[in-house]
Design a protein around this ligand. Structure first.
Ligand code: SF4
Ligand code: SF4
Length: 68
């Protein structure tokens, strides 16, 4: 089973990762504001992650690590 880890310290809430996930399980968390003032991305259902790493490839701030 794959696992996706998003480091909120590096995330700037651009939302690019949410647009490339084929499983549509990434979203920006509007209930959280990071120290830098952003809504960070989070995984809504890790059990659906297929480990494709599209999100990690797309992230301009290298905030995502995918384990598989
Ligand atoms: S690894 Fe692929 S399926 Fe998993 S969260 Fe990232 S884009 Fe979505
Ligand atoms: S692409 Fe990277 S910086 Fe942009 S929202 Fe996703 S994790 Fe955050």
């Amino acid at each position: 089973m794959a696992r996706v880890q998003i480091d909120e310290f590096f995330c700037k809430g651009c939302g690019l990762c949410t647009e490339v996930c084929p499983c549509d399980i990434l979203a920006l968390n509007v209930e959280v504001i990071t120290d830098k003032g952003y809504h960070p991305a989070y995984c809504t259902d890790e059990s659906q992650c297929i480990g494709c790493a599209n999100c990690a490839t797309m992230c301009p701030d290298v905030a995502i690590t995918v384990w598989r």
